[in-house]
Design a protein around this ligand. Sequence first.
Ligand SMILES: Cc1cc2nc3c(=O)[nH]c(=O)nc-3n(C[C@H](O)[C@H](O)[C@H](O)COP(=O)(O)O)c2cc1C
Length: 191
Amino acid sequence: MLKELLLRSRSYRSFDQSFRIDRKTLLELIDHARLAPSSINLQMLKFRPVTDEGECAALLASTKWAGKIKDQTLPPKGHAPTAYIVICADTEVIASAASFQKDVGICAQTIMLAAAERNLGGCMIGSFSQDVLRRDLKLADRFVPMLVLALGKPDEVIELTDLPADGDTSYYRENGVHFVPKRALEDVVIE
Ligand SMILES: Cc1cc2nc3c(=O)[nH]c(=O)nc-3n(C[C@H](O)[C@H](O)[C@H](O)COP(=O)(O)O)c2cc1C
């Protein structure tokens, strides 16, 4: 069931580092994104799989995680993602990469759901420097990194919860569990 997959497809920030995701698996995930709808069917997004340990370490260092959690470093030491997919705009297909953000979101969620189906998981990361990432991955100038998908075998517990009375949507951690407040159905429907 899609709903069950969606419930499992959380933003994980701690992984079993002994489980390495291989390139073949990343290509299978990217193959799902290839089938996604696309603005004007331009298919201007390209996907850079990352499994090399040095490149994974560089990506971990240049991405920012869980800005709302101030008292812990995430991912915890020894619990890093073991693969990444960097979603890039190909400016040789169209120059104005910024106007295609919606395609990025659709492809990102498609990949994360395909990962959840394989009992993998990860986190979409929008906080990074495009220039640093381009340098670290030796990307050609035509590719603009739009979103990083960190992937691995999750080893943390995440629970969805109702919003507190004050309406704060901030996620938080308590006793080793990561809580994510979600708005109720009646609060997201416009009558
Ligand atoms: C476009 C986008 C960018 C995100 N960027 C980051 C990020 O830079 N760092 C991070 O730790 N989480 C990032 N997240 C994850 C969100 O914090 C997460 O989706 C949110 O807390 C809700 O948790 P859930 O995905 O488990 O429902 C991003 C999510 C999205 C959709």
